[in-house]
Design a protein. Structure first.
Length: 127
């Protein structure tokens, strides 16, 4: 089983407790576990990080396709269903919480929606 990391794992780590220059062991651990086949992310997350134009985007660019996976045939076969699945989750959360806003709907157009797709196409865990 592999773990798929969302953009916020990288961004929050860089901005808070695990800065690239402050805690290089964290970033080395990510690389080592990627090499070992247990930690990955997806291309859309890599694109989101690249848009930052900072040290993190440089780090991500050095990782390439081996870290930020491109969608494969199993993922593409699921394309219509995961968006509906994600929308259903958002609606259920809104119902259960009593919140009447579209706070989660913005992710339907963003990169985060690809992670549940990838997770449903594989046996991986999304973080």
């Amino acid at each position: 089983m592999a773990y798929l990391l969302d953009a916020n794992v990288f961004i929050q780590a860089k901005n808070l407790h695990y800065g690239l220059d402050f805690c290089p062991a964290f970033w080395e651990w990510l690389i080592a576990n990627n090499t070992g086949g247990s930690v990955f992310s997806i291309e859309k997350v890599g694109d989101e990080i690249a848009a930052g134009g900072d040290d993190l985007s440089n780090w991500a660019a050095q990782r390439g396709d081996g870290f930020f996976l491109k969608p494969d045939a199993a993922l593409r076969a699921l394309l219509p269903r995961p968006i509906n699945f994600y929308a259903e989750v958002v609606e259920r959360l809104k119902e259960r919480s009593g919140v009447n806003s579209d706070w989660g709907i913005k992710d339907l157009r963003g990169k985060a929606v690809w992670l549940p797709r990838e997770d449903r196409a594989t046996d991986d865990v999304v973080l």
